[in-house]
Design a protein around this ligand. Sequence first.
Ligand SMILES: Cc1cc2nc3c(=O)[nH]c(=O)nc-3n(C[C@H](O)[C@H](O)[C@H](O)COP(=O)(O)OP(=O)(O)OC[C@H]3O[C@@H](n4cnc5c(N)ncnc54)[C@H](O)[C@@H]3O)c2cc1C
Length: 527
Amino acid sequence: MALRLREIKLHLEEDETLLPARIAESLGLDPAELHNLKLVRKGIDARRKSAILKVYTVEFEVADEVEVLKRQADNPHLSKVDPPAPFTPLVSTPGRKVIVVGMGPAGLFAALNLRRSGAEVLLVERGKPVAERLQDVQTFWSGGSLNPHSNIQFGEGGAGTFSDGKLTTRINHPLVTEVLQSLVDFGAPEEILWQAKPHIGSDRLRKVLVRMRKKLRDEGVEIRFSTCLTGIEQAGGRLAGAILNGDQFEACDSLVLAVGHSARDTYRMLQQSQIALESKSFAIGLRVEHPLELINQIQYGLPSHPQLGAAEYALAWQDKQAGRGVYSFCMCPGGVVVNASSEAGGVVVNGMSDFKRDAACSNSALVVTVGRADFSSADPLAGVAFQRHWEEQAFTAAGSTGSVPGQPLLGFLNGTSGDLKTSCQPAVVAADLSQVLPAAVSEALRRALPQFERRMRGFVGPEAMLLGVETRTSAPLRILREDHGCSVSLPGLFPAGEGAGYAGGIMSAAIDGIKTANHVTCHLNSF
Ligand SMILES: Cc1cc2nc3c(=O)[nH]c(=O)nc-3n(C[C@H](O)[C@H](O)[C@H](O)COP(=O)(O)OP(=O)(O)OC[C@H]3O[C@@H](n4cnc5c(N)ncnc54)[C@H](O)[C@@H]3O)c2cc1C
């Protein structure tokens, strides 16, 4: 049995070699009595800028844990470590075939676990392998044409491939460690296992994907790129198979639908196939960008420090007047703003960072909650139409060239334009950003910004730039499923991940993929 001690503090300048002494001192032990020390968590506490602290959780062994626990009974930071129950995927009835659609985190982890359960797995992805996808994205970012099947939203790794690769989640589940460990096994940096706010960065994530693809193939998963699910076949009231690329029928016993939040043609196909969908609320807004040193100064009281990474922030405010939440989302410290469009005639922005987070700026989305009352009809796809409308407004506002519309934050507040300074490639065009958002959203943002300035002095200033429009914050609809994971409309069909409306973010999508794999295996064993 091991012990775990939390809240172990070191000053910024203090070296981690002091940790054993700090632990021993707080427990009344000699450092020599501590064995097998393991770092399980490291975070930064910058609430007092004059005394920023590194805060650790460490597991270790001592000769007599029971005695130490008894002596330290009133120490709220000390506990014994119960090893997590190993997660063992279920075993599938041999010879069952599953098609997994989408190579985002949900599809990848579903395919891996279904294969390990013994099912025959075909994994299809409408986009391309990550290296070719990167070329298509770089072509688009350097002024070339947008590939509607290979872009920031579509391709190996899914939407998160060009991202900050933040692995934070509100889910408290043993699968979190399972997913993190798998990512490390595929080459992700070890520190994601103990960082308080783990992130991989786009550069490292691309390498992880290549190794994961090799592993999937080595385990016998068939992978087909540039293969789009365009229809589903039903027989006898249950799923019979998939239609791929318009005319190829592929029979299967089950299908995992992990298509992400931007597969609008697939949503349309599901609606036409009488699969139950419902629109759901999400958030829309603009991406704000500041110089990295300014955000560091605001958060740390220092423009930079060798012991401190690029500073993060999280802002939230409830706009009681409008009954909407306004919050920062998907923050990318030391990253860039990206043109994340996936459709001709529409412009969408998002953010991305590399592992080192060493770019000159930091950005995040500032978004406002919207829901059915904001959509033009009760159609389940009304949220999709709403997103598309404002993306088209953004396209038009930037001169209908595919460029991104931008405005200095102060200009957005007082209705003026100004010089634009941004990391976003290839081109940003000055525009009035209140033209790319519903009035209710612009007004809520204008009411929230002074609140955010109160919390982060300097946030609202001449160096802050806004770019639009941020619409893909989560799925605009839910593909309705039963508790056991199956679509309410079609036995054998398993909606999963963010696109199904049951996850948000890389980690929660991966976990939903694993849970769905288990639901599928139970289903396969039931007939
Ligand atoms: C730019 C950007 C930055 C982000 N940053 C972060 C971050 O830092 N941290 C975080 O947690 N989350 C981040 N996210 C969100 C995160 O990427 C998603 O929540 C997550 O990827 C959802 O996983 P998923 O597997 O459900 O779907 P996706 O990752 O969207 O994958 C779906 C896959 O299905 C494929 N597909 C779609 N339709 C079909 C079809 N008909 N046939 C075949 N294949 C199809 C798509 O091409 C895609 O590859 C970011 C998203 C973006 C766009």
